[in-house]
Each structure stands twice: as C-alpha cells, then as structure tokens.
Design a protein around this ligand. Structure first.
Ligand code: FES
Length: 105
C-alpha cells in the first residue's frame, strides 16, 4: 500500500509501505524530512510527531499513557497528533495521508 506524507509546506511524498512496521519506520526508511526517530521507537524523543487527518485517525489505534505524556510536551500538538513509532502500519491505511508538523522537537 501507499502512505502519503505531507510536509508543512504541502510537499507530498507518496511511499510504499509494508504492514507490520511503524509509521516512524516507514518515514525513516523513505527519508521523509523532519521525521528523525531519534530514540529508535521507544516513545522517548518525540521526533516522530505526525498529524493524522480526522478521517484516518480511528485507524491508528489507541494512545498509551506514555505516548500521551510525550505528546503533551510536543509543540504543535493537535487533536489528531500521534507519535509515529507508536502506530503500526496496517493494510487498511492504504492511501492514508499524514501531515508533518512545521517543527519537530
Ligand atoms: Fe522517539 Fe517516536 S521515535 S518517540
């Protein structure tokens, strides 16, 4: 399937993904600007902040307490913010768009 990452300046990156890895890993594997994944997916750095459009948000699953804590410190947090390392890519995300914040931590 494909996920479309959209930078803050609206530059789009449509990339192929395999189900079962995290959205952070999909972004890092494809060198998406601004997604660093500094902590390696431990939910400890906040450099994988992504904003999910409303219509896709319920596909991204539940937010853990740890993720909630990290998100609360994230600049530009929105109602549908997620940490990409805490969201597993699934087949039903084919065609999903993900917006990137202007600044990462
Ligand atoms: Fe560090 Fe997601 S990669 S919080």
């Amino acid at each position: 399937g494909k996920i479309i990452f959209i930078e803050h300046d609206n530059t789009e990156h449509a990339v192929n993904f395999e189900a079962g890895i995290t959205l952070m890993q999909v972004a890092v594997d494809n060198a998406i600007p601004g997604i660093d994944g500094d902590c390696g997916g431990e939910c400890a750095c906040g450099t994988c902040h992504m904003i999910i459009p409303d219509e896709w948000f319920d596909k991204t699953g539940a937010i853990s307490e740890t993720e909630e804590q990290m998100l609360s410190m994230t600049p530009e947090r929105s109602q549908t913010s997620r940490l990409g390392c805490q969201v597993e890519a699934t087949e039903n995300m084919d065609g999903m768009t993900v917006r990137l914040p202007e600044f990462q931590m």
